[in-house]
Design a protein around this ligand. Structure first.
Ligand SMILES: [Mg+2]
Length: 379
């Protein structure tokens, strides 16, 4: 019997400016940020987690609001602690539960438990279906140019390189950011399809750029272009819109990075998605992530987690993927991220289109804080 308790919770705030900003339907991105969470037990064992979002607010929520709930507690009881964190977050903020902040703590607790029990997190989550997973490239963001032909050419060049390396990629639509509309979005997808050929697996992510009517028109075109899935066609709040589009369109519907655990329940009840995409750094951590996988599988819905962070979040995502039925993908982010690149260790890069799932205790990821010293904004 292991007899330890949680002694400390610390955060590491990281933020790195980008040389060139890039865009997607909702905004321009000019920096990458992350909050890492370090939980230490009184025997000196350490667990790491990652929160999505800006450092400001997230750091204070973890350290000042959530940490008191777990200090002194037994770190082996992770799911019970998650439920207590959820309740504490709701009691504090009432209309919103700070799920990204809870995520970092929950992931760190799983890493800690794995190290204490000498098991990979995926084994503790229920068992490994696989030791590696195929990867698709996320990137192809909008360039900061008004010249549409330059926009198309540069995105097609990037897609061709990713097609060569992984054979699967995801495009962004939502050129409304630059003042264009669905016609220009469809043309972008057509341009890339012609460039990479019909054999390359291609997904499309609209980041809720559309009204239902626009999404219906774009979705029909995407089906003609052999698109694997149409991600976040409409606003995340429009659960009924997801169901209506899914009923109207042949192209599979995907979504979930902006959805809470209870949103997933509603989405599944109306069968609003073919592919559910919880992000373990956003949705509350691996505990709700695994619960969502169970519910998705009960509804015959595929799970392909969303992932867009540092190697800590990537490793957590890989352990969830290890437990998923069917043929999931890893979302492999190729967009610029100096923090991710500085923290990247060996073993999580694609080899022949697949990425190995760590099999060492915990998440199986080392965190070298010296490597990200330049990006620390917490002193
Ligand atoms: Mg997305």
């Amino acid at each position: 019997m292991i007899d330890v308790s949680i002694e400390s919770v610390e955060t590491v705030g990281l933020s790195a400016p980008l040389e060139d900003r890039f865009g997607y339907a909702q905004e321009w991105v000019d920096r990458r940020s992350a909050v890492l969470v370090k939980v230490e037990a009184d025997d000196g064992t350490v667990g790491w987690g990652e929160c999505w979002g800006p450092v400001a607010g997230t750091r204070e929520t973890v350290e000042d609001v959530l940490a008191p709930t777990v200090l002194g507690e037994d770190p082996l009881h992770v799911e019970r602690l998650y439920d207590h964190l959820y309740d504490a977050g709701r009691a504090t903020y009432q209309t919103v539960v700070p799920l990204p902040a809870i995520s970092g703590l929950d992931i760190a607790l799983w890493d800690l438990k794995g190290k204490l029990l000498d098991e990979p997190v995926s084994v503790l989550l229920g068992g490994r279906e696989r030791g590696d997973v195929r990867a698709y490239a996320t990137g192809h963001y909008f360039r900061d140019t008004d010249d549409l032909s330059v926009q198309y050419d540069e995105i097609a060049d990037e897609a061709a390189a990713n097609a060569e390396e992984l054979g699967a990629l995801k495009l962004k639509t939502g050129l409304s950011l630059l003042g264009y509309g669905p016609d220009e979005d469809i043309e972008l997808v057509r341009t890339v399809r012609e460039r990479v050929g019909d054999d390359v697996t291609m997904m499309v992510d609209a980041n809720y750029a559309y009204t239902r009517r626009e999404a219906r028109r774009v979705g029909r075109a995407l089906d003609q272009l052999g698109v694997q899935w149409f991600e976040e066609p409409v606003a995340p709040e429009d659960i009924e819109g997801y169901a209506a589009l899914r009923a109207d369109l042949d192209v599979p519907i995907a979504g979930g990075e902006c959805h809470t655990p209870t949103d997933f329940t509603r989405l599944f009840d109306v069968h609003g998605v073919d592919v559910a995409q919880p992000d373990v750094c956003i949705v509350g951590g691996l505990t709700p992530g695994r619960r969502i996988v169970t519910r998705a599988q009960e509804h015959g819905i595929d799970v392909v987690p969303h992932a867009w962070g540092t190697p800590v979040g990537l490793a957590a995502s890989l352990h969830l993927i290890a437990t998923v039925d069917g043929r999931p993908w890893l979302e492999y982010d190729r967009s610029p991220n100096p923090i991710r690149d500085a923290l990247a260790g060996p073993g999580m890069a694609p080899d022949d289109g697949t990425v190995p799932i760590p099999s060492t205790p915990g998440l199986g990821v080392e965190v070298d804080l010296d490597a990200v010293a330049d990006y620390r904004i917490d002193g």
